[in-house]
Design a protein. Structure first.
Length: 274
């Protein structure tokens, strides 16, 4: 008797599950678990990384990300307002900035601030200023587009109502439009924070003192002294301690805002280039 479409789909899914179980069993039987444990889950090497991986590396990663995000958010807001300005030169400057820094790798910005600017202008930034500027400059290009989209997503009736009450254009923007726009763009801004957290690893190109190591640099240094990939696994888990809660927060905020979608660099498949 011929199977119905639903029955065929169910049988196909069952065959896929069975195949996955067979593959898992075969891998479990042929795998050298002792070698896997030594190469990836060496508890002695992992224990040596604590507590510095938390008290130094993870802490510095959080500090660097917060500095870059804070600077990028302020600069991104300014750029978004410039791009929405009726003054054409402001729009041109904002557009050129956004397109340029969305198009170049963040690594080049780190190199420019660490080596190019000191050579060209004699300006020497400390480690915190370098990270804040590099992450902020690149992040601002993406956050500007997100903020611009959020501002344009605010119903025009809100603006008209505020202007009818005698509010100036500037006061309307500050007290009515921007607060509502930020409520809309909180989920994509959280995603941008996740990207900046990972991009903070680019600081490895700068000479760092041991108390300035972030997670990736700390993992690389530990890996160079150990015949195991355990340091990379530990560092990856530390990144997940940051990014997973932020991911859940982004989805929660999206549900709270009614799942309203806006056009952002992330939604079009573009991310912060590394």
């Amino acid at each position: 008797m011929a199977l119905s479409k639903r029955q065929r789909a169910k049988a196909f899914r069952g065959a896929q599950y069975a195949l996955l179980v067979v593959i898992a069993v075969v891998l479990a039987l042929v795998a050298d678990w002792r070698e896997i444990q030594r190469s990836f889950f060496n508890l002695d090497i992992a224990a040596e990384m604590f507590p510095n991986v938390i008290t130094v590396a993870l802490k510095n990663t959080l500090v660097y990300t917060a500095l870059g995000f804070g600077f990028g958010l302020v600069l991104g807001l300014v750029l978004a307002l410039m791009k929405l300005s009726p003054v054409a030169p402001y729009r041109w400057i904002a557009t050129i900035y956004i397109e340029f820094f969305r198009g170049v790798p963040a690594l080049l910005v780190f190199i420019a601030l660490s080596f190019g600017v000191p050579l060209a202008f004699g300006l020497q930034f400390d480690i915190y200023s370098t990270v804040m500027l590099a992450l902020g400059i690149v992040g601002a290009a993406y956050m500007a587009e997100t903020i611009r989209a959020g501002i344009q997503a605010v119903p025009k009736g809100q603006i008209e109502a505020a202007r009818s009450l005698g509010m100036s254009q500037g006061r309307t923007m500050v007290t009515v439009v921007i607060p509502q726009a930020f409520r809309i763009i909180l989920p994509p801004l959280t995603n941008e924070l996740i990207l900046l957290t990972k991009d903070s690893s680019l600081i490895y190109i700068i000479g760092l003192a041991r108390d300035q190591y972030e997670l990736t640099k700390f993992g690389r240094e530990t890996l160079s002294r150990s015949p195991s990939l355990t340091p990379i696994l530990v560092v990856g888990l530390c990144y997940l301690l940051i990014t997973l809660p932020l991911g859940y927060l982004s989805r929660y905020l999206e549900r709270r805002t009614g799942g309203k979608k806006i056009s952002t660099p992330e939604s079009t498949g573009l991310g912060v280039s590394s």
